[in-house]
Ligand binder design. Structure first.
Ligand code: SF4
Ligand code: F3S
Length: 111
């Protein structure tokens, strides 16, 4: 079992989650983060830290595509352990639906 970052993170990328993860298993893309399912120890500490409510346990229904996306991009994006710059318009994207169309597969800058 693992926790996964879901659609709600796209274009919000608040990064409060990375500050609390005891095993530093977040990876940074241009406009969202993912969790490496092979490294997550399932502690759940990050879930309540996300202002966009984007982090869910993979035991919830309907998260298969997000688990796959997290596993895939954790392989190529840089590890991130410190909060970086939050997008200036993050609050405008918070709570919006159907954000997958804005997903960027480009890597972030890491830390
Ligand atoms: Fe890190 Fe724990 Fe969140 Fe997994 S559940 S990503 S180990 S803080
Ligand atoms: Fe994304 Fe929430 Fe972390 S918006 S970067 S999962 S704090």
């Amino acid at each position: 079992m693992t926790y996964v970052v879901t659609e709600a993170c796209i274009k919000c990328k608040y990064m409060d989650c990375v500050e609390v993860c005891p095993v530093d298993c977040f990876y940074e893309g241009e406009n969202m983060l993912v969790i490496n399912p092979n490294e997550c120890i399932d502690c759940g500490v990050c879930e309540p830290e996300c202002p966009a409510d984007a982090i869910r346990p993979d035991t919830e229904d309907g998260l298969e595509q997000w688990l796959k996306l997290n596993a895939q991009y954790a392989e190529s994006w840089p590890n991130v352990t410190q909060k970086g710059n939050v997008p200036a318009d993050a609050d405008e994207w918070k709570g919006q639906e159907e954000k997958l169309q804005y997903f960027s597969d480009k890597p972030g800058k890491g830390s």
